[in-house]
Design a protein around this ligand. Structure first.
Ligand code: HEM
Length: 360
């Protein structure tokens, strides 16, 4: 029979709690706050491990030609877990903020050239979500991977070659039925609804006696631009142009499915899909929030000093928050949403196909 499990042996606490070696101690100038600094980073890395575990499992669920409804629901639960961990990671920065800048400076000089920049797990999370290598900012004019150990470069290269969560979700959206179903052609019906809506708004502007000719002209030109914006998504040729010029990333087919999901999310067969898309937007948003809050901590600690990894510090980090997003196209679907009243009604057969097949 197995001997009864003990709390500390199960969690290997002796090893875990022996992993905090202060660089300031080693240099004979013990700095009180360095323990907090080390433990904070270690706690982050443990949570990164769980995030990667969840993301890899979701990627496995999506890496199939056919994804059953149950798998989509499990994936959504795991993505939600990722968002909860991210919220915790943002909150956790507050503990580190209790360290006053001079107390950080007491041990900063011993850290060079170590930096969070070298966190392999952080880079893997970005890559597995779908951040493209060419999208990454240069780091002191060099590609980021040239600044991490060779063994890590190989791991990152392999990760980049595998399908990311972004690419699998894109393929999954491209396969979605319902967009053209029997008589119903979603793009055609939606385009008609947009034309009607803009036509009504044009009439309202023309009939508005409080507007002089110049103001009317400005508003009519604005409506013209709205028509062009909708056209850039609804027309596959214009969408292709957006892809070619790097203004969009997601394929036309996938973007149209995403639009339909966002518009008709209350339909049971679309709801789990909606949950996935909405969680991916949340993950991107929380990642951006973390990047900003980390950049603010860095600003507060260092002002304009460079980082221990040699970057411009705060300035570099703010730029990553703006440029290292993955699911921007999903976020921008909101540009194309209409109020419920303006939406084309779905035909009864399609509503039946999208519904539960039993009465509640
Ligand atoms: C006193 C607190 C902190 C300071 C002053 C600081 C400073 C910096 C600086 C200046 C950079 C830019 C690279 C460089 O030049 O070194 C950086 C990057 C980074 N730091 Fe921190 N950091 C702090 C806390 C943390 C914590 C708690 C984490 C959690 C893991 C972390 C994770 C990262 C990551 C992942 C990067 C790379 C970001 C990217 O390149 O997109 N940092 N940090």
């Amino acid at each position: 029979m197995n001997s009864p499990l003990q709390y500390d042996s199960y969690l290997e606490l002796e090893r875990l709690l022996a992993c905090q070696h202060l660089a300031s101690d080693a240099h004979g100038r013990p700095a009180h706050d360095e323990l907090l600094f080390i433990v904070t980073h270690q706690a982050y890395e443990l949570w990164f491990k769980v995030i990667l575990h969840e993301l890899e499992s979701v990627i496995r669920l999506f890496d199939a030609e056919r994804i059953e409804g149950g798998a989509v629901c499990i994936a959504a639960d795991r993505l939600e877990r990722v968002t909860r961990i991210q919220s915790l990671l943002i909150e956790q920065m507050k503990v580190l903020e209790t360290m006053a800048p001079p107390d950080y400076l007491d041990f900063r000089e011993f850290l060079f050239p170590a930096s969070g920049f070298q966190s392999l797990q952080y880079r893997l999370i970005e890559t597995r979500l779908g951040l493209k290598p060419e999208q990454r900012l240069l780091y002191n004019q060099f590609a980021y991977h040239t600044r991490v150990p060779v063994a890590h470069q190989d791991i990152l290269k392999k990760a980049e070659e595998q399908p990311s969560l972004y690419s699998l979700v894109e393929r999954w959206l491209e396969r979605m039925p319902f967009v053209a179903s029997g008589e119903f052609d979603f793009v055609r019906r939606f385009s008609e609804a947009v034309t009607n809506m803009i036509g009504n708004e044009r009439e309202t502007v023309l009939a508005d006696a409080s507007l002089d000719e110049k103001r009317k002209q400005v508003q009519l030109e604005e409506l013209e631009r709205t028509t062009e914006t909708f056209g850039s998504l609804l027309s596959s040729e214009l969408h292709e142009e957006m892809l070619r010029t790097g203004r969009r990333r997601m394929s036309h087919k996938a973007s149209i499915s995403a639009l339909m999901i966002f518009l008709y999310r209350e339909q049971p067969a679309l709801h789990a899909r909606y949950r996935i898309l909405s969680l991916l937007v949340s993950i991107d948003t929380l990642f951006t929030t973390w990047r900003y809050s980390h950049s603010l901590v860095v600003h507060r600690m260092l002002g304009r000093k460079i980082g221990t990894g040699g970057s411009s510090g705060h300035h570099y980090l703010v730029s990553t928050a703006e440029n290292h997003k993955v699911f921007t196209d999903l976020m921008e679907i909101s540009t194309f949403l209409l109020p419920h009243i303006a939406l084309p009604a779905l035909p009864p057969r399609l509503v039946r196909d999208l519904g539960f097949h039993h009465s509640i």
